[in-house]
Write a protein that binds this ligand. Structure first.
Ligand SMILES: [Zn+2]
Length: 217
C-alpha cells in the first residue's frame, strides 16, 4: 500500500470540533498525505450522511477526503422521494469530494415502493447522480462491503451505475469500508466487478498513482 484514507463516520454538526481533543484529532487528519516511516501516505477524511445538518463547517472542510453517502437513519423514509434525494446530492456536491456507495438503501426511500427492484425510476436516479458527479468533478465510490452481501438488490443497482459511469468516463475510488484493521486494503469483490465491466484502470484512482499524487501529494 502507498496511500490510506481514514474516513471514520462523522455524525456531529461541527460544534464539538472547537473542543481541544477534537481540534487535535482534526489537525492530524487535516495534514493530508503524511508520510509514515513505512512510506504509506495517510489521507485525512470522514464519511458524512446525506441530509446531515452540519452547521459549523470551517474545520471539517479542510479534510482532504470527504465522502457523503445515503444512510437510512438520517432520512425520513416516508417522505423522502428519489427526487428529494437527488436534490440533497446536488446540494452536497458543493461540499464533498466523493459520493459513497450510491446504490445503497434506495429500497428504503419513496415509501419503499421500489423494494429491491431496479425499476426505471431507480435507473433514472442513478444515471442522474452519475451525470451530476461528472459535472461537478465528484468521485464515485465503489464499496467492497456492498458486494459482500447482496442487500435488497444493491448489487444490480451497483452494476447498473458502474456501467453508466464507465460510459461517461467518471472517476471512481474503491473503498474497503473497513471497520476492522484486517479489512484494510482488501478489495477482492470490487476488483472482480471492475474486471467484469472492464472499467478503465486510469479512471480508478486507487490504480492511478499520478492522480493520487496530484490530489494528495
Ligand atoms: Zn457508508
Amino acid at each position: 500500500m502507498k496511500y490510506i484514507a481514514i474516513t471514520d463516520h462523522y455524525y456531529g454538526d461541527g460544534t464539538e470540533l472547537y473542543r481541544k481533543n477534537e481540534i487535535n484529532r482534526m489537525v492530524y487528519l487535516e495534514k493530508c498525505a503524511i508520510s509514515t516511516k513505512y512510506g504509506v501516505k495517510v489521507v485525512g477524511g470522514a464519511e458524512f450522511n446525506i441530509s446531515q445538518n452540519v452547521n459549523k463547517w470551517e474545520k471539517l472542510k479542510k479534510l482532504a477526503w470527504k465522502l457523503v453517502g445515503v444512510h437510512g437513519w438520517f432520512l425520513d423514509r416516508e417522505s423522502t422521494t428519489l427526487d428529494a434525494l437527488y436534490d440533497y446530492f446536488e446540494e452536497a456536491a458543493n461540499r464533498y469530494d466523493v459520493f459513497a456507495h450510491i446504490e445503497r438503501e434506495l429500497h428504503r426511500v419513496d415509501s419503499c415502493k421500489h423494494g429491491g427492484r431496479l425499476t426505471e425510476e431507480i435507473k433514472l436516479f442513478l444515471r442522474r447522480l452519475v451525470l451530476l458527479a461528472k459535472e461537478k468533478n465528484i468521485i464515485l465510490e465503489l464499496n467492497e462491503s456492498s458486494l459482500k452481501d447482496d442487500k435488497e438488490g444493491a448489487y444490480d443497482r451497483l452494476l447498473y451505475w458502474l456501467a453508466f459511469a464507465k460510459e461517461q468516463g467518471v472517476l471512481i475510488s474503491v473503498g474497503s469500508d473497513s471497520h476492522y484493521c484486517e479489512q484494510i486494503g482488501i478489495f477482492r469483490n470490487a476488483v472482480d466487478v471492475l474486471n467484469e465491466v472492464y472499467y478503465p484502470r486510469e479512471k480508478v484512482i486507487n490504480c492511478n498513482e499520478n492522480l493520487l499524487q496530484k490530489l494528495f501529494g
